[in-house]
Design a protein around this ligand. Structure first.
Ligand code: UD1
Ligand code: CA
Length: 470
């Protein structure tokens, strides 16, 4: 039996009040639709369809996946109508699983349980018990407890509205059955729509075996219709991620104040203070300490490295025992070898910083290869850009660069060179000696400090030039 997931994602999502199609809104940094696709992709399947409509091109451009068959539902006439658009690609013997693109926390285990039940049934519905089932289709069961139909909120009478068991929207059925039921749907209901949920009553009328699989975690099957619900699910998702990290051995100062928008791999005894955001693929080695308010994106942090508050690290490789920040910015292509130190207000881009090298304050290092045990003084800038092209800087082992130096690339500072503070270095420097490039210091004897002249109002009238002539 071939498994065929069909994900409904054509609805507008009016209640989001957004230009972005609802299913592209994100949970944990990933579009909701992508989460549902990922969960469905774990079912042994080689085809998967997404029914799209509203914001169609935008949805297709954002979710780029060759395996998806995109099915257009030009007019949104209901969930049953949406599935019917896929009729031509549903084979009779397919085990079809219908999923909703706005239910982002669905897990593949739950979908597998729903699908497995199809071995003993003709139609399987995933349901859940809700404290407040408002808005959900209600599961109506007979005296024997068998499910007989689903009634939508807007079509329900008071007694039906009391039912706490809600329809999650996820169903499984064989292709030939589903196509037969879809043909019989009619829009005679409160919303004038073709309801997929009417398939249940049709199956029961035929004497089919309809079974409910109950999902015990309502959050997993909760749909997002507005931003409040989106935020609720975001928190639930974050809690899951952080719990997993803690159970894997991380110390998290406050589980409610760390956000993970991707996947994080940790060693032992990692510790993370509040307000840190981890994005994409992040790897944290043993004993890594992350202080408060850091943002780390697609990076590897080596064992024993300490990242101090307010540091931003993106697409970088930081090796062991480094010290970073506070207020450091490590940009894509940066590699810090063991024991490197990057201090406050330092920006590093596409550069290698050798073992034990230090850039402690207020510097920009770009397109640079730096050896080991280099010391870069405060306010040093690698001038890597002439307005049109980028150039590289080489700094050998053991170099000492005095404060407030500009290294105008392309330039090479050989091993063990000392550069005097305040130098503008435009040519390669020889190894092991002192190089400086700055104006000589002069002292003007007998110079008199300007004094304010009585009756004069503006500064401009007493210039430095006048004073020097005295
Ligand atoms: C639907 C169910 C309801 C269930 C609830 C769970 C029906 C009739 N109702 O109601 O029983 O409790 O979900 O969240 O099925 N869609 C389309 N094309 C359409 C209409 C909808 O693709 O013409 C898609 C939407 O993009 C969305 C999903 O189907 O992903 C559900 O649609 P929505 O309008 O949110 O249905 P509900 O009213 O929430
Ligand atoms: Ca919904």
């Amino acid at each position: 039996m071939n498994v065929f997931p069909i994900i409904l994602a054509a609805g507008q999502g009016t209640r989001m009040h957004s230009q972005l199609p609802k299913v592209l809104h994100r949970i944990g940094g990933k579009p909701m639709l992508q989460r549902v696709i990922d969960a469905c992709s774990t079912l042994a399947t080689d085809k998967l369809a997404v029914v799209y409509g509203h914001g169609g091109e935008q949805v297709k451009n954002t979710i780029q996946d060759e395996h998806i068959r995109w099915i257009l539902q030009a007019e949104q006439l209901g969930t049953g109508h949406a599935v019917a658009q896929a009729n031509d690609v549903i084979n009779d013997e397919d085990a079809v699983v219908i999923a909703y693109g706005d239910v982002p926390l669905i897990r593949s285990e739950t979908l597998k349980a729903l699908l497995a039940r199809l071995n003993e049934a003709d139609l399987c519905v995933l349901t859940t018990y809700l404290d407040d089932p408002f808005g959900y289709g209600r599961i109506v069961r007979n005296d024997q407890g068998q499910i007989v139909r689903i009634v939508e909120e807007k079509d329900a009478d008071d007694a039906t509205r009391q039912i706490k068991e809600g329809n999650t929207g996820f169903i499984a059925a064989r292709g030939n059955d589903l196509k037969r039921w879809l043909k019989q749907l009619s829009p005679e209901n409160a919303q004038g729509e073709y309801y997929l949920t009417d398939c249940i009553a049709l199956a029961v009328e035929e004497g089919g075996n309809v079974q409910a699989v109950v999902c015990n975690n309502p959050l997993e099957v909760q749909g997002v219709n507005n931003r409040l619900q989106q935020a609720e699910l975001e928190r639930a998702y974050q809690r899951q991620q952080v719990e997993a990290l803690m159970l894997a051995g991380a110390s998290i100062a406050d589980p409610a104040r760390v956000d993970i928008r991707g996947s994080v791999t940790i060693g032992q005894d990692v510790s993370i203070d509040i307000n840190t955001v981890l994005v994409g693929e992040v790897v944290l080695g043993d004993n890594v300490v992350i202080d408060s308010s850091c943002v780390i994106t697609n990076s590897q942090i080596g064992a024993g490295t300490h990242i101090k508050p307010h540091s931003v690290i993106e697409s970088a490789v930081i090796k062991a025992a480094c010290e970073i920040g506070p207020f450091a910015r490590i940009r894509p292509g940066a590699v810090l070898e063991d024991g490197a130190k990057v201090g406050n207000f330092v920006e590093i881009k596409k550069s290698t910083i050798g073992k034990g090298s230090k850039i402690s304050h207020l510097s920009y290092i770009g397109d640079t290869t730096m050896g080991a045990d280099v010391n870069i003084g405060a306010g040093t800038i690698t001038c890597n850009y002439d307005g049109a092209n980028k150039f590289e800087t080489y700094i050998g082992d053991g170099v000492f660069v005095g404060s407030s130096t500009q290294l105008v690339a392309p330039v090479s500072i050989e091993k063990n060179t000392t550069i005097g503070a305040g130098s503008t270095i435009t040519r390669d420097t020889p190894p092991g000696v002192l190089t400086l490039a700055r104006a000589k210091q002069v002292t003007i004897k007998g110079w008199v400090r300007p004094v304010k002249q009585s009756g004069k109002k503006t500064k401009e009238e007493t210039t430095d030039n006048k004073n020097e002539k005295k």
